[in-house]
Structure formats: structure tokens, C-alpha cells
Design a protein around this ligand. Structure first.
Ligand SMILES: *Cc1c(COP(=O)(O)O)cnc(C)c1O
Length: 351
């Protein structure tokens, strides 16, 4: 057994709605607002696409997800040889870490970001530098100052989970211009479809200028397909060719590929999700005193509090399951009715 695995623990899901109801004596419905899922679900066209392929379940999928790869290639206008799919970004992060990292290598990322960068680096016996947040968001200067000869990967998350914050196009461009070209900078854009800020990075354009800028995108969040497990990386062709060697041959299921195709095709639905989310997101910022909330470009909001567990419990009693962190609570933006309840709790809670 790899010794470093003892440092880690398996992913801890929160209590199930049923267990929570029992523990807190809650009547009525509980809403899962802890994992940033799209409560509206995927485009209705996804169901049709899936049912059309129900007679193929005995067959392995085509290796490498060629249909959705072609569609993404056209959608983003990038060469299909620069795209690699995984069973969600979780698997993409695992594959990259496995392919790149070995004992003594170093990754640089931020504290309070997506945990899988850290987790997979430790599995590969790499060292992890987690740069503290600055003003509630990524400290790109601080990250840059940690990049050295041992650094094999830099992980950025934009907008960041769980803080909800983002860095701008100009900030990312300046950052990339100062990172040595041979060090991959991986930018996780799991929430990019929810972004409405004008100065958010056009990372595809930056990729043309910086061949070491790699992008992660997923169908799990705005596209509403978290249960189907499909996400991808857009990177330099040489990197993709290497990473593809360690990809499990049939990692993305048939139905997942067809679901993603149908979801991608229905951009009007995606637009409606973005608009609804932005409207509800604005409601929080219009109604709750701003020092309590981090700015957000995502489908969740990070509430700053010194009493996260108490706030989590107060929200739970109103039927909303959220996620607590050491210095705050992350709430997924829900349906209007739940958002109104959560806003009321936030306004009455002494943070
Ligand atoms: C949800 C999330 C992921 C994982 O997405 P999957 O594609 O469902 O594995 C990756 N990165 C960030 C920042 C996320 O929030």
C-alpha cells in the first residue's frame, strides 16, 4: 500500500436527507443545496436522447468519446486532438495527477479550493503548496511566488469553489505571462456557464497565447448532468496524447456521452438556466448585507461567519441542506421559494 494514503480519508458525504430529518426532527421536505447541482435538471432533450440508446447497454462505449469530442471541438473551435474526456472532472483530475506527478514533485494551488487537486497529489506522493486566500479569493501573486523548479502543476479554479470568487482576464493573462512555459497551469472552470461578469477570462483565447494554459469543463453543473459523470480537459496535444495512455479505455459511459451531446445542443436551455440563476443570485445580494456574502459568479454563495455550524443548523431547520466550512457556509442557489427562506435566515442570523 502507498504509505501516503494513510494521510487521506475517503470522501465524506453529508448525512442523507432521511438521516438529517430524523436527527433534527424536521417535518416537510428537505432540499439538497450542498453540492452545487442544478436543481432544474438538464434539458428535457436529454431524456429523449437517452431513451434512444437504451438498446445498446450491453455494448462498451466507443473508446475516447468520439461523438461528444467532435461536438465540443466544434462548439469551442479547438482541435479534437486537444480534448480528453473523463467520468466527470474528478476523473480528469485523477488522470492528470497520475500521469504527471511523482514523489518529490510539487503542485501549487490555493487554500479553500476544490479538494481533489490536493487529494490526488498526495496519492502520487507529491508535495502540495496551498497559498492562503487574499481578500477572500485567489492570491495569484502569492501562487506565482511559490512556483519553482520542482513545480509540475499549478491548479487554479475560476470561479472558485467554495468561495465563489473569480479573477479577471487581465489578472490571468498577467499571471500566465510570468509562469514558465513548461509548467502546466490548469484552470478549472466547472462553473463557467453561470458567469455573467464581463471581465471574466476568455481562457480559450489565452490558450492561443499560452500553450501551457489548460482548461477543465464539466457537464455536472450548469448542464445538470452530475449523475452522468462526464467532463473534459482542453490542453496541448502532446499532453493529451500522454494522459490518454493512462485513461481507462471505457471511462465514459454510452448514455453519458449521448446525454452530454443533447445537453450541449440545447444552448437555449443553458441560457435560461444562466438567467434564472443570475436573477436568484442577485436576490441574495440585494437582500442580505454585503459584508456577510462573498461576491459570486456561480450557482452558490459563500456566507462568511464565525459560527458556521450554527448557521448550517438554522438553514437546515428551514429545509435547506448546505455545506459548512471552517469560516463559512456554502449554499447552492435553489428554487425561488428556498432562496427566500435562506435569505430570511441569513438576515436574522448573528454571524
Ligand atoms: C463539481 C466540481 C468538479 C467536479 O465535477 P465532476 O465533473 O462532477 O467530477 C470539479 N471542479 C470543481 C471546482 C467543482 O466544483
Amino acid at each position: 500500500m502507498k504509505k501516503q494514503i494513510e494521510q487521506l480519508s475517503a470522501y465524506q458525504p453529508g448525512l442523507s436527507p432521511r438521516a438529517l430529518k430524523e436527527q433534527y426532527g424536521i417535518e416537510g421536505e428537505l432540499y439538497k443545496l450542498a453540492s452545487n447541482e442544478n436543481l432544474y435538471g438538464p434539458s428535457p432533450k436529454v431524456k429523449d436522447a437517452i431513451t434512444q440508446h437504451l438498446d445498446e447497454l450491453q455494448f462498451y462505449p466507443e473508446t475516447g468519446s468520439p461523438l461528444i469530442k467532435e461536438a465540443i471541438s466544434e462548439h469551442l473551435n479547438v482541435d479534437p486532438a486537444r480534448i480528453l474526456f473523463g467520468a466527470g472532472l474528478d476523473e480528469v483530475i485523477l488522470m492528470i495527477s497520475r500521469a504527471v506527478l511523482t514523489k518529490g514533485d510539487k503542485i501549487v494551488t490555493s487554500e479553500m479550493t476544490f479538494g481533489q487537486y490536493y487529494h490526488n497529489a498526495i496519492v502520487e506522493a507529491a508535495d502540495v503548496v496551498q497559498v492562503p486566500l487574499k481578500d477572500g479569493g485567489f492570491d495569484l501573486e502569492g501562487i506565482l511566488s511559490e512556483v519553482d523548479d520542482n513545480t509540475k502543476l499549478v491548479w487554479l479554479c475560476n470561479p472558485n469553489n467554495p468561495t465563489g470568487t473569480y479573477f479577471t482576464h487581465d489578472e490571468l493573462q498577467r499571471f500566465l505571462s510570468r509562469v514558465p512555459q513548461e509548467i502546466p497551469v490548469i484552470i478549472d472552470e466547472a462553473y463557467v456557464e453561470f458567469v455573467t461578469a464581463e471581465d471574466f477570462p476568455n481562457s480559450l483565447a489565452l490558450q492561443e497565447q499560452f500553450s501551457n494554459a489548460f482548461l477543465l469543463r464539466t457537464f455536472s453543473k450548469a448542464y445538470g448532468l452530475a449523475g452522468m459523470r462526464i467532463g473534459y480537459v482542453v490542453a496541448a496535444q502532446e499532453a493529451i496524447e500522454k494522459w490518454n495512455i493512462i485513461r481507462p479505455p471505457f471511462n465514459v459511459g454510452r448514455l453519458s456521452e449521448h446525454a452530454a451531446l443533447a445537453a450541449l445542443e440545447d444552448q437555449a436551455y443553458l441560457d435560461s438556466i444562466r438567467e434564472k440563476n443570475a436573477r436568484e443570485r442577485a436576490k441574495f445580494f440585494d437582500s442580505v448585507s454585503s459584508h456577510k456574502l462573498n461576491p459570486s459568479q456561480t450557482n452558490f454563495i459563500f456566507v462568511n461567519t464565525s459560527r458556521p455550524h450554527e448557521l448550517y443548523e438554522a438553514l437546515l431547520k428551514q429545509g435547506c441542506i448546505t455545506r459548512e466550512f471552517p469560516k463559512g457556509v456554502r449554499i447552492t442557489i435553489g428554487f425561488p421559494e428556498q432562496n427566500d427562506k435562506m435569505i430570511e435566515v441569513l438576515n436574522n442570523f448573528d454571524l
